[in-house]
Design a protein around this ligand. Sequence first.
Ligand SMILES: O=c1ccn([C@@H]2O[C@H](COP(=O)(O)OP(=O)(O)O)[C@@H](O)[C@H]2O)c(=O)[nH]1
Ligand SMILES: [Ca+2]
Length: 406
Amino acid sequence: HSNRVMWFQEFFPPNVCPINAKANTFYGIMFDAGSTGTRIHIYTFVQKSPEKLPEVEGEIFESVKPGLSAYADQPEKGAETVKTLLDMAIDAVPPHLWKKTPVVLKATAGLRLLSEEKAQALLSEVKEVFEESPFLVPEDSVGIMDGSHEGILAWITVNFLTGQLSGQNQQTVGTLDLGGASTQITFLPRFEETLKETPGDFVTSFEMFNSTYKLYTHSYLGFGLKAARLATLGALNMEVVDGQMFRSSCLPKQLEAEWHFGGVKYRYGGNKEGETGFKPCYLEVLKVVKGKLHQPDEIRGSSFYAFSYYYDRAADTNLIDYERGGVLEVRDFERKAKEVCDNMERYNSASPFLCMDLTYITALLKEGFGFRDNTVLKLTKKVNNIETSWTLGATFYLLQSLGMTY
Ligand SMILES: O=c1ccn([C@@H]2O[C@H](COP(=O)(O)OP(=O)(O)O)[C@@H](O)[C@H]2O)c(=O)[nH]1
Ligand SMILES: [Ca+2]
């Protein structure tokens, strides 16, 4: 990289070098096509010196709902939502850098659950939108992301933003992501034992910033919060008969309503005559998670970063501050689930699924992953004003593969 240093740089300190001040600023555009929404992240990076990691100078973030999978039968309309977001990048990136700014869209669980045909139709419409834009469209710029990458890239984002990937004495932290349709757990095992006890497809080696990380990661499809609602109702992967009603003890007794997810309409309601409350609800939810997930011993004593729906539900119930996040123990989710489920009439104004969601989160953490009651969870939406999303890790990976950084 020494060829990047120009003759005049010897005479100027780097921060006042007239060319450098701009020349080492670059952009990356990453779309997150999630099951519940589509989001654009426009990152500004500064490479302060060639041997250091690039710094993230800023992020522009915007989102639309519903996600692409809701347009399964209208792919062109789905792609239009992407176009609207991409227009923001036209304003955000200086025109002379358009051609050097890569744009990529990665879809997650929502599209994984669609038929190959419908997913491909959506992706190729999006590809067209990209190709009509002035940005750099790399090969494979539009696609469905591998579940294992989703976890790894979120882990990279969080550990990069908390400064754990540079310098010595790296103390990385594990990450928990709870999406609408899938959920991920990722951490760097410290003990040989953990790797021995882990199924091979849960371990992925990954190279980034000149280091190789052997990570434990898994994405559980169908275990996202909204998919879990359907599973609890007994409606997941069912051919829904028109007018069919799904009932649960996790819902307010008198409730009857409709819900659209993944392009399908569901009718659901409370146990009019039967039981409601935390106890029966927990038993219902337990059927969804018990024995379905791998439980690595090592995680029981460590602390994790948790975001997405873990964050949203904790914030909804004042367990954490919505802006600043907070630190919780697993048992706090259980305490709150009991409070909400055993007083459902009091929580009427919030989502009717609040009891079910909190109970599912409790069961997923305790019975699914095998966390202890006192396992510490750090709930974070942003670190240094940058979203804790897999998209930043994915953008680093993209820039690295394009030779724009290393
Ligand atoms: O940039 C983002 C993207 C997603 N989410 C959260 O992720 C959850 C939704 O997951 P998603 O639609 O991505 O579903 P997936 O496809 O991951 O299952 C919700 O809690 C969102 O608030 C978020 O907080 N920031
Ligand atoms: Ca997601």
